[in-house]
Design a protein around this ligand. Structure first.
Ligand code: SUG
Length: 416
């Protein structure tokens, strides 16, 4: 068994649109009603995948879920007269943000030595709460090798769970036992706190984690109020490194102390507020970066292009590189279509540490497969969707056929 980290990116679905559905997600609110460009969006995501395949030697993907979701339309008694937000919910392509697909505990962390996955119930937002049954169906196939994986059901809907976006793992190397950090929010602020503490604790128990190697910490309410609806908007971890904004946690020093108690080798790379304000961090998504270990052992940060365009963020990145810290490279990627709905490079991927040979190969990318996916997207994905198109029959036919073409090309018709 050779355990390694594999990033499973969500392919951006053909119904990608800007309906402003996520309260507390500033980018989503700011772009509400704009035309969207699903083809460009999906190609931007694919280019990111290709870059990481070249950089890391391995890349996985997950498929867009069926949209519009007729099941949800029926539940909402869809009759064409409902409020725009209700009309748009069954159309959301939000499953592209696979950091919210599930929480993953790799085999070295669990009591039975299997990799455990719990699909996130995403109950706080209607358009996201519809994802988990289809997500689970896909995870059951991709990680169907039950000698090595257990895919659980979601936690009960009383407790909101947003998956890996509120979960970090610290370890000496991906294949060794780690300390899992669960970050939850408390309700009561202006915006919803989507991750409930009990959901995090339930996932940890279900996965058979050693509670001495789990840390539960609270998100800074001020960060949620400023638009950090998920913790991965203000912090990301990889191996020994925690890369975080100074205002990410309710008790910043207490959070470092608690993590260090469980994981003494912790290295914190903290960005102070006077270098990059919380607002600028959230606007540019500096922390919604992929912090990855390259095959040569060096760490690289894959950030959104928006970071390069920000004077304070780029200055901080340059200073960080000059300081000879653990992060040796910063690479910007263009995922602007996703960013406009509040999803950066890290939102678009689910990290799974496992042996490559235990994954269903249909979910693994190669250059040849990327060519196939690209040609289906270029031929079938709508070029543009205007908000007034949502619900129209021609668009239903186009997005349904586009997804079907992709499933056929990838021999995954089983997901129809
Ligand atoms: O849940 N946006 C997503 C963005 C998810 C980002 N993921 C992570 N941070 N891991 C959300 O708010 C916007 C959809 C719309 O407005 O149509 C949306 O769902």
């Amino acid at each position: 068994m050779t355990l390694q980290e594999i990033n499973f990116d969500g392919i951006v679905g053909p119904s990608h649109n800007y309906a402003g559905l996520s309260l507390g997600n500033i980018a989503s609110a700011n772009h509400k009603g704009n035309p969207s460009y699903p083809r460009t969006a999906a190609l931007q995501g694919l280019a990111k995948m290709r870059g990481n395949l070249a950089r890391l030697g391995v890349q996985g993907f997950l498929l867009p879920l069926p949209r519009p979701n007729n099941l949800l339309s029926n539940e909402l008694a869809y009759d064409g007269t409902e409020a725009p937000a209700l009309r748009a919910a069954p159309w959301s392509a939000s499953s592209m943000w696979t950091a919210n697909a599930a929480t993953v505990s790799p085999a070295p962390d669990t009591a039975d030595g299997k990799c455990h996955l719990t699909p996130a119930n995403l109950v706080t937002m209607l358009h996201r709460a519809q994802e988990w049954p289809d997500t689970k169906r896909m995870l059951d196939i991709a990680f169907g090798d039950t000698d090595h994986f257990t895919v659980h059901g979601p936690v009960p809907p009383t407790f909101g769970d947003e998956g890996a976006a509120n979960h970090m793992r610290l370890c000496e190397g991906h294949g060794t036992a780690g300390v899992e950090v669960f970050v939850y929010g408390r309700t009561g602020g202006q915006f919803p706190a989507r991750q409930h503490e009990q959901a995090s604790r339930l996932v940890a128990r279900a996965h058979g984690l050693d509670l001495a190697r789990c840390v539960f910490i609270e998100q800074n309410p001020a960060a949620i109020a400023a638009g950090a609806f998920h913790n991965d908007v203000v912090a990301v971890a990889n191996e020994r490194v925690l890369f975080t904004h100074a205002e990410a946690f309710a008790d910043q020093q207490g959070a470092y102390d608690a993590i260090r108690m469980a994981f003494p080798a912790l290295e914190v790379v903290e960005v102070p507020s006077d270098a990059v304000s919380l607002a600028e961090a959230i606007r540019t998504y500096l922390f919604n970066a992929q912090l990855v270990t390259r095959p040569n052992g060096e760490m690289a940060l894959i950030v959104p292009e928006e970071c390069r365009e920000s004077v304070p963020v780029w200055a901080w990145c340059k200073a960080m590189l000059a300081s000879n810290g653990p992060i040796r490279d910063v690479t910007p990627v263009d995922v602007r279509q996703s960013m406009a709905n509040g999803g950066g490079p890290a939102c678009l991927r689910l990290r799974v540490v496992c042996d490559l040979n235990t994954v269903d190969r249909r979910f693994l990318l190669s250059e040849a497969k990327a060519d196939i996916i690209e040609s289906v997207i270029a031929k079938t994905w709508p070029e543009q969707i205007d908000p007034s198109d949502i619900g129209n029959d021609a668009l239903v036919a186009q997005v349904t056929a586009a997804r079907a073409a992709l499933l056929t090309a990838l021999e995954l018709e089983i997901l129809h």
